[in-house]
Design a protein around this ligand. Structure first.
Ligand SMILES: NC(=O)c1ccc[n+]([C@@H]2O[C@H](COP(=O)([O-])OP(=O)(O)OC[C@H]3O[C@@H](n4cnc5c(N)ncnc54)[C@H](O)[C@@H]3O)[C@@H](O)[C@H]2O)c1
Length: 292
């Protein structure tokens, strides 16, 4: 009998490249980037738990994903800032999808009003830190024991180009997104020998349906912000989701503490006024790539 390892690459890579049987929780998974992340993790074979403030949407999204990808799925409501509520929702999700091995901290809110520091209500600042930073802390804390028991875990946080660069009138959001980078790096070191990786992505402008509505309503200038990015366009939620899916895989075990920009080159452009050619006329070719 031969003892040689299989040379079939499909079989060799299956464990590294799939999330089969792994419980994956996405906070803020009922809409926007989180929703695409949940779909991508399901496509990779994961069992999907959606945690969101919006209970109805969390449950209906989970139901749809379960049906579309023939996977275990469940939705639960919680505010990521409420530690007891998160623990109870994680328990509910874990009972339906199995032990949690992947956590994507995607719940987030936008700057409610863009004003100078001197005019910014302290409550706006606190809301930003609470949802993004405290929420990431609470959800990571609530899922870590399960990951440690399995000697496998993937925590993926969402920072932003604003965690790296400065822009005026968004002090709360920028502070929160920079804090997520610090959290990611230190937790990555803390749990590295326990089979758990901790990474963050730093998206640029991503055209979620909420932002598309604002662009359509003339509240946001798509073209101006697209021009600032070297690739000349915004990104799609699917383009963020595929990176997060990759970081979640068992085979991505050697990537930890990384902050991965997904910004069309936004953060590497030295001179935004230097001419580098025309922008793409439309996002349609990118949309087509992801159409099922
Ligand atoms: N869209 C972008 O251009 C962009 C760019 C960089 C970073 N981000 C970050 O990506 C993440 C997702 O953003 P999005 O654009 O998809 O937003 P979104 O508004 O489309 O989705 C956010 C989801 O989080 C949920 N949520 C909000 N507060 C919550 C709370 N306290 N507890 C539980 N759930 C809560 C909402 O109900 C919603 O379903 C956020 O952290 C955001 O800061 C977005």
């Amino acid at each position: 009998m031969s003892t040689a390892k299989s040379s079939n690459p499909e079989r060799r890579n299956r464990r590294a490249e799939r999330l089969d049987g792994i419980g994956c929780v996405v906070t803020g998974g009922a809409s926007g980037i989180g929703l695409e992340v949940a779909r991508e993790l399901a496509r990779l074979g994961g069992a999907i738990g959606i945690l969101d403030l919006d209970e109805e949407k969390a449950r209906s999204t989970a139901l749809l994903i379960g049906r579309d990808y023939s996977c275990k799925s469940a939705g639960a409501a919680a505010d990521v800032v409420d530690a007891a509520g998160v623990r109870s929702a994680f328990g509910e999700l874990g009972a339906r999808i199995g032990p949690i091995g992947v956590l994507v901290n995607c719940a987030g809110i936008m700057t409610p009003r863009m004003v100078p520091l001197t005019e910014m209500p302290i409550s706006d600042f606190e809301d930003m830190l609470n949802v993004h930073v405290k929420g990431t802390f609470i959800c990571s804390q609530a899922s870590l024991a399960s990951m440690q028991r399995q000697a496998f875990g993937r925590i993926i946080n969402i920072s932003s180009v604003l965690g790296i660069l400065g822009l005026p009138f968004r002090i709360g959001y920028a502070t929160a997104k920079a804090a997520i980078i610090g959290f990611t790096r230190s937790l990555a070191v803390e749990v590295a020998r326990q089979g758990v990786t901790v990474n963050a992505v730093a998206p640029g402008y991503i055209l979620t349906s909420t932002l598309q509505q604002r662009v359509d309503a003339g509240m946001i200038d798509y073209a101006r912000l697209a021009e600032r990015a070297p690739v000349g366009r915004w990104g799609l939620p699917e383009e963020v989701a595929r990176v997060i899916g990759f970081l979640a895989l068992p085979g991505s075990a050697f990537i930890t503490g990384a902050i991965v920009p997904i910004d069309g080159g936004y953060t590497v452009r030295g001179d935004p006024n230097e001419a580098i050619g025309d922008r793409p006329a439309s996002l349609d070719p990118v949309r087509d790539m992801f159409r099922t």
